[in-house]
Design a binder for this molecule. Structure first.
Ligand code: ADP
Ligand code: MN
Ligand code: MN
Ligand code: MN
Ligand code: MN
Length: 390
């Protein structure tokens, strides 16, 4: 019928609400690029300073934490020697009036280097430098969610909190349609795609593999990759990482994905429910959490002790767990309803899942399944620490 031939699903924007606009990206001949990439640089090193922008606050709709997960900025500093730690690098600044982070008449935002990674794009000795943002007076900007998270992580460092984050994402064409989907109508229903193989079932594998390799080169503790339930939806996992390192590595992994998408000509959307019509899974950012006590014999009891605290703080967590996550946490498609809290062993319909092996061994970790794919990992890891450990 005519109706069946029309596109029905609303396609949400990448991360935030701004729909990607179709653009014809200029293509560059690879041999031309290579010619300059091999020029000697007189001993100089490129340090790509990366920071989180401030575009978030614009379309918040009253949600407290609403940063745009695609708003990651960077610029290049040429330095004289190879930096191996943030202490080897100077503070720097940028024009905060161009990123929604400062007024035009007092526009300087100060970048403080916090972590250094080998640069998978330029190759060693060049580096990526993750920074957080401060006023010239040394006060963290409102968009600097790292600063309060770091302060909290420092307080509980004796408990050695580990986090493993599962980043789900959806590949879109530059016109905003899921990559490889028919432009009119829908692909065959979900079922064969999760961890699937074959030309009509696996889309995005090349990009996911390039991303995995680039992350490993950069020293990101990438622990795995898989194709997801919806066609063109994928996942990578980062962890386990200790404390603030989890948020740091997640943001760098996301930055690497943004950079790769420039080359692969697609968008890795972090919207939690890219397809709202039809029977399609949303995208989450399951956050796995443990402390030293949970990893020791008797740890399952420690884990169980967290559950009433998490239940009591459910609304607080939900408010921090991603914009538009209400469309995802429907109570179906492997989620619990947004207004319900539950936990269970091996239960993928619960808010919190404990693995079968954790129950069997009496120790391990738990998985918070509520966070949407567009969360700020600094905020979510800090919220888990605050609720469970403070
Ligand atoms: P799922 O079965 O939910 O798909 P994944 O294998 O995708 O789980 O992700 C699990 C994540 O949990 C990985 O990043 C892994 O490194 C992490 N993880 C494993 N053990 C722990 C632990 N003790 N504490 C925190 N995170 C952990
Ligand atoms: Mn300028
Ligand atoms: Mn997973
Ligand atoms: Mn998954
Ligand atoms: Mn999971």
């Amino acid at each position: 019928s005519r109706a069946a031939a029309l596109p029905r699903g609303r396609v949400a924007a990448a991360g935030g609400r701004r729909a990607p606009t179709m653009v014809e990206r200029p293509s560059v001949d690879q041999s031309t690029v290579d010619r300059y990439a091999s020029l000697p640089l007189n001993g100089k090193v490129f340090a790509e300073y990366i920071w989180l922008g401030g575009l978030s606050a614009v379309d918040c709709n009253g949600v407290k934490q609403c940063m745009d997960p695609d708003d990651i900025r960077s610029k290049t500093k040429v330095v004289d020697k190879v930096p191996t730690s943030p202490a080897d690098l100077p503070k720097w600044n940028f024009d905060g009036s161009s990123t929604g982070q400062a007024p035009g008449d007092d526009s300087e935002v100060i970048l403080h280097p916090v972590a250094v990674y080998p640069d998978p794009f330029r190759g060693s000795p060049h580096v990526l430098v993750l920074c957080d943002c401060y006023t010239p007076q040394g006060v963290p900007l409102p968009s600097n969610t790292r600063a309060p998270a770091k302060a909290l992580m420092d307080k509980v460092s004796d408990q050695v909190p580990w986090f493993g984050i599962e980043q789900e994402y959806t590949l879109l064409d530059l016109d905003g349609k899921p990559l490889g989907w028919p432009k009119m109508g829908f692909p065959a229903p979900q079922g064969p795609y999760y961890c699937g193989a074959g030309a009509t079932r696996a889309i995005g594998r090349e990009l996911a593999d390039a991303h995995a390799r680039a992350c490993l080169y950069a020293g990101i503790q990438l622990s795995g990759v898989n194709l997801e339930v919806m066609l063109s939806q994928l996942e990578y996992q980062v962890g386990p990482c200790v404390g603030i390192d989890s948020g740091d590595q997640m943001w760098v992994a996301r930055y690497i994905m943004l950079r790769l998408c420039e080359e692969f000509n697609c968008v890795a959307s972090l919207h939690p429910k890219p397809m709202t019509e039809g029977e399609w899974n949303g995208a989450g950012c399951h956050t796995n959490f443990s402390t030293e006590a949970m990893r020791q014999p008797g740890g399952f009891e420690v884990i169980k002790g967290c559950m009433p605290k998490l239940e009591a703080a459910h609304q607080k967590h939900i408010a921090l767990y991603g914009v538009d996550n209400d469309a995802r946490l429907s109570g179906s498609f492997e989620t619990q309803a947004i207004d319900k809290f539950s936990w269970g062993v091996a239960d993928r319909g619960a808010s919190i899942r404990v693995g079968r092996d954790v129950e069997a061994e009496g120790k391990g970790f738990f998985e918070d399944r509520r966070p949407g794919s567009n969360i700020d990992p600094y905020t979510v890891t800090a919220a888990l620490v605050e609720t469970c450990l403070m």
